[in-house]
Write a protein that binds this ligand. Structure first.
Ligand code: LIP
Length: 267
């Protein structure tokens, strides 16, 4: 992948500025889809702020945002924004939400920033230049499967697909150390990059949940794959898995593909 001339620290500055909105702003909550799906006035404010400033930073780039009306998917350079990943945690004042920004270049996540404002933790990576947390290089852990923690979810926004998730979680749980469900995919994926968790599986997430964290995991030495897809999907949900080591990834993939020989909602 050819590199592009963009200072990732400028992206982190913008994301940190947007992070102040999560800490300060009053929360007006609106229902979005099913019972579990919400958007707040803060999601919209963060996305508006980032969309405008990221476009200025990289002239000619396009935006895909979780709360956007129109989602272009055919640009050469696309910012993929989740203004608040962990909206339900945000509404419930759990202090477990992040802003995620990915830059997709020629169809693949190229640069990523995931910011947890409550702990002031800025995760970031640009392809070929390493992964960082608050300026320090990060790396996945070397724990084996038996000592791993899995992060996962159960298709929150379409619960028809929950049963295979529970089967996969049960099987991984029997062989590993423990399980976490933190309610924000982007943060859980960033936690894998810095060695806090080792395994990740989610049956149905959206491009904005993962675009920021994928380059961070890869640059931190981890493995992440979109199940049964060759390219990063920009306009549809997908199943994703990831792990710290090739051995752990292989075992997780074995369990996932046995329980999920196909993804039921893929067309
Ligand atoms: C969601 C997370 C949830 C995860 C979903 C999605 P949202 O993000 O809260 O934990 O399972 O795939 O990432 O809707 O809060 O931005």
């Amino acid at each position: 992948m050819t590199s592009i001339d963009i200072d990732i620290l400028k992206v982190t500055e913008l994301v940190r500025e947007a992070g102040k909105l999560l800490l300060d702003r009053p929360k007006e909550v609106m229902q979005k889809g099913n019972n579990s799906n919400f958007v707040t006035s803060c999601d919209i404010a963060v996305e508006q702020l980032l969309s405008a400033k990221l476009r200025d930073l990289l002239p000619g780039s396009l935006i895909i945002g979780e709360e956007s009306e129109d989602n272009p998917s055919n640009g050469e350079l696309l910012w993929v924004i989740d203004p608040i990943d962990g909206t339900s945690n945000f509404i419930r004042d759990m202090g477990l939400s992040v802003i995620s920004v990915g830059l997709v270049k020629d169809g693949e996540p190229y640069l990523g920033v995931v910011y947890q404002p409550y702990r002031d933790e800025m995760f970031y990576a640009k392809t070929g230049e390493g992964a960082y947390l608050n300026g320090e290089r990060i790396h996945v852990s070397d724990r084996d499967f038996a000592h791993s923690h899995l992060c996962s979810a159960m298709s929150l926004y379409d619960k028809r697909y929950a049963p295979p998730c529970f089967r996969i979680i049960d099987r991984v749980y029997q062989e590993s150390d423990d399980l976490r469900r933190l309610g924000t995919a982007a943060m859980e994926l960033a936690y894998m990059a810095c060695g806090r968790v080792e395994l990740y599986f989610e049956i149905r997430i959206f491009p904005w949940d993962a675009a920021g964290a994928i380059p961070i995991i890869r640059e931190a030495g981890g493995i992440v794959e979109i199940l049964y897809k060759d390219k990063f999907p920009l306009d549809e949900p997908f199943a994703i898995l990831g792990a710290n080591t090739p051995e752990n990834f292989a075992r997780l993939k074995e369990i996932v593909t046995e329980e999920l020989p196909e993804v039921p909602y893929y067309s």
